[in-house]
Each structure stands twice: as C-alpha cells, then as structure tokens.
Design a protein around this ligand. Structure first.
Ligand code: COA
Length: 522
C-alpha cells in the first residue's frame, strides 16, 4: 500500500505570511491537524500544525500578530506519493512526527497523518521485520523534561534550589511562610498590602466546611489509622465538602482561590485527626497566628514560643517545593485531565506516602536513638555500612554536594540548641568521616532529613507527624503546580512500549462463553 492511498488530498495549504489566528481558522474549517506552508511559487517551505499553534499560545505569543513563518517547522521531511505505508510508519515512530507532507514531483499532493496509517493497519503487519521500535524513555524518566515550569527548580551539582528564581534558602532565612506561599501560588513576592490581604484570606480559609467534622472523627477512629493515610482521606473529604469543581471549568483566579482554601485547611484537618486520635479536644486555629505558629498551637494546644514557630516555619518554607518530584508530577497528571484540585492533592499525598518519596526523618531520629551516646557513634556507623546498610539522613539522588536544606536546618537546629542537637552534630561529623573512608568517591553528604527530624522533635512535633507535616508544606508546591498546569493545560497521556506476546492472538479453540449462556445474559 502506498501513502497516496491514505493521505488527505488535496493538501490543506497556507501561506507563510498569514497570521496564526488565520491559520487556526483554516485548520479548523478543513478539520485537519496540520497544513503545508507554501511560498509564492507554490513550493513547500514548511509545515504548521495544531501543536505549533497551541505551543505559541502557551508562550503568550499573540496569534493575531504572529505569522506562520515564525512558528512553522521549516524544510520538513517529506514523503513521495509512491512511498510505502511501512516507510511512513517508520518515520512517524522514529522521528515522532504526526503529519508528513506528500510530494508528487515538486508539488504537495496531500498530507499523511499518523492517524491515517494507524487506522488501516496493525503495526506488527506494516512494520518491516527488524525496524526500530518506538523510542523508550529511560526508566523512571530520569533526565527527561516532561513539562515547562516557572515554579522552581533544583540544581543538584551546584547544591542549589529555587522558587520562581529566588534562592529557596534565602527565602527561608528572610521571609514568612505566607510571603513564600504567595510567591509560589500567585507568582510574585507580595508587597505590604498584598501580603495583608493574602494573609487575611488564608486565616479566613481555615474554617472547616460544614458537615465534615463527624467524618473526620470517623477517619480518626479507623482501626488501622496512620496519620498520612488519614490525611489523604481528610483532604479528599474536605475538597468534596468545599465543592471543588473540575479545573477545566474554572478560570485561573478560581483555581488559585481553591488552591488557597485547601492549602489553608490541610493543617486544620490534620490536627483534628491527630487530636481526636489521641483523645484530645480539637483546638481551633488562632486567627492572630501565622501558618507555622497556628500549626504548633493546633497541635499542642498552647501558643508556641516565637523561636519554635520560626524554626518550624523555616523547615516548612524549605520543603514547600523541590523540582519536578513524583508527587508534583502526579498532581500535574491528574490536573491535566481537567479534574478538581481535591483529586490532584489526594493523588499527590498518595505518591508522597511511598517510602521512596516521603522521606526518612523519623528514621534518622531512630538512628540517633539506636546510637544512644556519642562514644558509640563510630562503632555503630561503621558496623552499619560494613553490613551494607545505609545511614539515614545521608546521600541524595540529585545533590552530589551539600544539600542546601540540610545546611540551613543545621543552623536552625543549633539555634534551638539542646543536648539532642549537640549529639546530632557529633554523629553527623562521625558519619561524614566514616562515609568518606568506607564509601570513597560516592559524594555522600547530609541530606534534608537528618536535621529535619531534629528540628521537628525540638519544637514538639511527634515522630508520626513528620511526614504529614512535610505534606502540609508541600501542599503549597503542589497547588502552585496545579495552578500552572491548569492555566496552560494539555492532557498528559504518554504511551508505553508493548512487549507482550505479538498481537493479534487467537483465542484458544472452544474458549469463551457458550452462545446459549451469552443469550441468557441478555
Ligand atoms: C537517598 C538515596 C536513596 C539516594 O541514593 P542513590 O542516589 O540512588 O545512590 P546509590 O544507591 O546509587 O548509591 C551510591 C553508593 O553510595 C552508597 N550510599 C548511598 N547512600 C548511602 C547512605 N546513606 N549510607 C551509606 N551508603 C550510601 C550506596 O551504598 C552506593 O555504594 P556502592 O557504590 O558501594 O554500591 C540514598 O542515599 C539513601 O538511601 N539514603 C538514606 C536514606 C535517606 O536519607 N533518605 C532520605 C533522602 S532525602
């Protein structure tokens, strides 16, 4: 079969001087996904597709003032009318094209879409033996950029991460939780009146919606309660009670308003669960207190010391966001379907709950407990490493130098002071020395989890609340990602490389339901 039999003909064509808005109209009227771009002599100079148009809108390019010539694919790969469908399919799969212009001599005779090809043939029948399979991304998508973001990024080799371009460690040193929250979700550092307005909105949003207190009590008394899985259920229920609508039907402002409300409510719901589980009366959040101080007040029932609240606030700011991690990606995938923010956050907490993501702050503390006294550190740590164990709170997939979060948290812990902090510093020094000796060249440094546990413990957060506390601050990063995805959405729908038995497989003889049984089922 040749491509001439399958292509869309005559080709839909546009001139390169017309605007993107005009080109979009042509594609829409012809109901095709791409057009050939011709010069004055009628020669093919490029291809323009729906994807080009969408990408331009995503980059805030004015479609009424930008010409096709500025965005089209120049000197495109072409097919000839005599080419086989197998050749076309190979080009589509190897080069990731979706449309190819088909030439008859010098003239554009038609356009072949990958849909034309896939519709007519089983891939296995058309692909010649030995041809290359579709490209497979590396396992775990390591090193693959799957989206553009302005929220923030991690530079592992430099030991640096940022939120919207600002050094996140500097933000944690100098700013309040609410200032950084505004930066991440609203996109800018707030001035004085913006901050006052934003803070007032976050305080007002701390009121649990009607009718969910009983449900939270039910969750808190489940037999196999764990704080994080209960928080996941609580977020789902809370979003349902708030009536969160599909992001597809909302304006950007409405999405951000939902983001603010739910991020303000997550710690309130968490603390209700925690106190009810522990037989304590719930504590309403004090409207006079900022996020971090109110967090501790709802947890313990007393107003925290300012230095305790500030220490927790710095931890919370440092953990709001961290590049395109698994839970952030999850939140974006769910949002890309147009689903509501409650679904996206519930999924994100589910991703965070996995041991490979949720971190090990309580395990680092458990290691300190197991060591017990400074004089036992060296022997314990050596024995662990020689037994093939990993030291909790050391090493990182991305940071191959000091984890910037651990540097600041070490300072924060030191300011809080106390015997545990002193002990942790001695264990850290020993661990780094022993790792250098027993694992030379692996570039293992202290990670965020080592001092996170120490800081949280020092300000009164119980161990089983470490990861839920992390989930609260990370909700800010998730909501920033959700708002960004919703404002420039495209359904995230990758493909997989099928490696099972070759299709189509015949069903075994006689297999299935008897005809009589089928008709009895109606
Ligand atoms: C975070 C972590 C999973 C990253 O691991 P990674 O980038 O996949 O590193 P690798 O598994 O490739 O390890 C490379 C080498 O360093 C060693 N290593 C890594 N982290 C180590 C640790 N904490 N203690 C001892 N050795 C460690 C590995 O054993 C391996 O040694 P080898 O070359 O002799 O086999 C890992 O460092 C770890 O398990 N740390 C402890 C748990 C922890 O603190 N988690 C919180 C992370 S924020």
């Amino acid at each position: 079969m040749t491509v001439a039999e399958l292509m869309h003909k005559p080709a839909v064509v546009v001139r390169q001087e017309i605007t993107l808005a005009e080109a979009a109209k042509v594609l829409d009227q012809a109901n095709v996904g791409a057009a050939a771009v011709l010069d004055h002599e009628g020669h093919l100079v490029g291809m323009v597709s729906e994807r080009d148009l969408l990408r331009s809108v995503g980059h805030a390019i004015d479609p009424g003032a930008t010409t096709v010539a500025e965005v089209m694919t120049r000197t495109p790969v072409t097919l000839s009318i005599d080419d086989s469908v197998a050749k076309a399919l190979r080009l589509f799969t190897e080069r990731r094209f979706r449309h190819l212009p088909v030439l008859d001599a010098e003239q554009v005779a038609g356009i072949l879409s990958i849909r034309h090809v896939v519709r007519v043939a089983q891939i296995s029948e058309v692909l010649p033996a030995g041809s290359a399979p579709p490209e497979l991304a590396p396992r775990g998508l390591e090193g693959v950029a799957v989206a553009e973001t302005s929220v923030g990024d991690v530079r592992g080799e430099e030991g640096f991460f940022h939120y919207r371009g600002y050094n996140a460690v500097e933000l944690a040193r100098r700013c309040s939780f609410e200032q950084v929250w505004h930066l991440l979700v609203e996109g800018t550092l707030p001035d004085g009146s913006q901050l006052a307005d934003f803070t007032a909105r976050t305080v007002a949003a701390r009121k649990l919606p009607e009718g969910i207190t009983d449900m939270l009590r039910g969750v808190a008394t489940l037999p196999n309660y764990t704080p994080l899985s209960s928080l996941r259920s609580a977020v789902s229920v809370t979003a349902a009670a708030l009536g969160a609508q599909p992001t597809l039907d909302l304006t950007s402002e409405q999405v951000r308003a939902d983001c603010l409300r739910i991020a303000a409510l997550v710690p309130v719901a968490l603390m209700r669960l925690h106190r009810q589980r522990n037989g304590l009366a719930p504590v309403e959040p004090d409207p006079e207190l900022g996020y971090a101080a109110a967090y501790l007040q709802m947890l313990t029932g007393r107003r925290p010391e300012p230095r305790e609240a500030r220490a927790l606030e710095q931890y919370l700011i440092l953990t709001m966001d961290h590049g395109f991690n698994a839970s952030t990606f999850t939140a974006r995938v769910i949002t890309s379907t147009g689903s509501d923010i409650g679904s996206a956050l519930t999924g994100a907490i589910g991703a965070l709950a996995g041991p490979l993501h949720g971190g090990a702050p309580s395990r680092a503390l458990a290691m300190l407990d197991a060591i017990g006294t400074p004089d036992r550190a060296e022997a314990y740590l050596r024995a662990e490493i020689l037994a093939g164990q990993r030291l909790m709170g050391f090493g990182h997939r991305v940071y191959k130098t000091d984890d910037p979060r651990s540097l600041l948290l070490r300072e924060v812990a030191s300011e809080l002071g106390g015997p545990q902090v002193e002990f942790a510093r001695r264990v850290e020094d020993t661990a780094l020395r022993v790792l250098e000796e027993l694992k030379p060249g692996r570039r293992l440094y202290t990670n965020v989890e080592f001092y996170a546990g120490v800081v949280m413990n020092s300000v009164g957060v119980p161990r089983d609340m470490f990861t839920p506390t992390f989930a609260c601050s990370r909700t800010v990063g998730w909501t920033a990602a959700i708002a960004e995805q919703a404002s420039n959405n495209r359904l995230i729908r990758p493909s997989a490389l099928y490696v099972g038995p070759p299709p189509p497989r015949p069903l075994p003889d006689g297999y299935g339901v008897e005809a009589a049984a089928l008709s009895a089922r109606g």
